[in-house]
Design a protein around this ligand. Sequence first.
Ligand code: FEO
Length: 171
Amino acid sequence: MNERVVEAINRQVNSELSASYSYLGMFSWCERQKFTGAARWLRLQSQEEYMHGMKLLDFLLARDCDVDLRQIEAPHVSYNSLLDVFERALQQEQEVSRQIDELYETAFKEKAFAAVAELQWFLTEQVEEEKTGREIVTKLKMIGSDPSSLLEMDRELGARSGVEQPPSTAS
Ligand code: FEO
């Protein structure tokens, strides 16, 4: 596969794993503040991001490409509020969407059609993840600092059933 595409996918593996680590930072803060529902939601999200990174890594390996595992930066572990956590989560998802768009464009320009097909799932997934993030942020803004509404929201987040398994990469 074309070198530019391989480099860009390696970069995205790092970005997905960084997102996973960043959600762990958010999970830890929420757990310590006893927002246990939000903590559960964020822990599951961290697992989803790990699987996204693995899906891309499996794709590189299935195509017999060079793997370049890079350093992952330490995430934030301190936040001002539950709203602050989810605003940052949404920003992170918006940034990942931008990266996926860029990666898709690179793969398309380089005629790396297998990569184009692989990345289609990520494009759709980002639409869903941004939508969910926006909904949570909007609700938290409405709630403000009302304790009973915050606890209800925490319960709602804790009802998240599990992680969405991405379809496996054909090898
Ligand atoms: Fe895998 Fe939410 O980006």
